[in-house]
Design a protein around this ligand. Structure first.
Ligand code: CIZ
Length: 291
């Protein structure tokens, strides 16, 4: 991409992006990997092909760079389930609790939290808070999964990711019937009845690692369908089947090559995080990055 070179931009893309967008990116990963990458990128211009909370996180960890979001409408319905007021209420009810905030949340909500986590490190983050009361926001399914993996009871919040919630047990059972030799990997944002049917419950980066290392040749994939591109590219001799073709995040798919080019050309859609929010959110995000 000539434009990218001319603008000296670094393109970061999430694992759920369209395959042609992943192909022009300098780095593709999950939100933990992308946050780490964003914090060390030397370029002054980062084009973030993902959704708003991810671009905000990049802007928080790298305040010297301008972060562009190719489609300013690319949001996250899960992040939108919780705002500062509802978190305030919860904190009032549990004044001594530590707030563990899933990275799928606004910078303002992160700024009111003690530590952030992603699905790749949520279990480790919560384990470290063994002796503390914990409020886990905003994904209830992930919270429930972490709770059962760590044996720790937590105050949960009723947020959910619409595409992952769309996956029902009967769809997984039907996929298993179609592909009897396949291993089933599902994301911890799925409902617990789906998690119970899986051979492995994994974040996207963990799925990529698992598929590479497993002796299995076929996999049913219970997460957003965009991940299939990397799974196939990195494992050409193995087969990957979406648990359901309905697992599509519309917000992730808003980013197209045309919008990437337009935003670089016009230096459009910079993501701004106000200074006071940035400083407080940075504390919770930095704790996640060193975990
Ligand atoms: O953490 C992320 O990037 C998300 C949203 C999913 C995953 O498992 O990678």
């Amino acid at each position: 991409m000539e434009l990218k070179k001319e603008a000296k931009a670094t393109i970061l893309a999430h694992n759920y992006q369209r395959k042609e967008v992943q192909e022009v990116a300098d780095f593709v990963g999950d939100s933990l990997e992308l946050s780490r990458k964003a914090s060390t990128v030397k370029a002054k211009l980062i084009v973030f092909c993902g959704v708003r909370f991810m671009a905000e996180t990049a802007a928080v960890v790298n305040p010297k760079a301008t972060v562009l979001l190719p489609d300013p409408c690319a949001g996250c319905p899960l992040a939108d389930t919780i705002d500062e007021d509802s978190l305030s209420e919860l904190k009032k009810e549990h004044p001594r609790a530590k707030v563990v905030c899933y990275v799928n949340s606004s910078a303002a909500v992160k700024a009111m939290s003690d530590v952030c986590c992603t699905s790749a490190n949520a279990v480790d983050v919560v384990r470290r808070l063994r002796d503390e009361e914990v409020i886990f926001i905003p994904d209830e399914n992930l919270g429930r999964y972490v709770s059962s993996a760590t044996g720790k009871e937590m105050v949960l919040y009723p947020g959910f990711c619409p595409p992952h919630m769309m996956l029902k047990p009967e769809m997984v059972l039907a996929a298993k019937e179609r592909h009897p030799g396949a291993e089933t990997m599902v994301h911890p944002e799925c409902r617990s009845e789906v998690v119970d049917l899986a051979d492995a419950v994994l974040s996207t980066s963990q799925m990529l690692r698992y598929a590479k290392e497993s002796a299995a040749r076929e996999f049913i994939v219970g997460t957003e369908v965009g991940l299939i591109h990397r799974l196939e590219k990195e494992n050409p001799s193995k087969s990957f089947y979406p648990a359901s073709k309905l697992l599509v995040c519309r917000d992730m798919k808003l980013t197209t090559l045309e919008k990437v080019a337009e935003c670089i050309e016009g230096q459009k859609h910079a993501v701004e995080v106000p200074g006071d929010v940035r400083a407080r959110a940075a504390r919770a995000i930095e704790k996640m990055l060193v975990e």
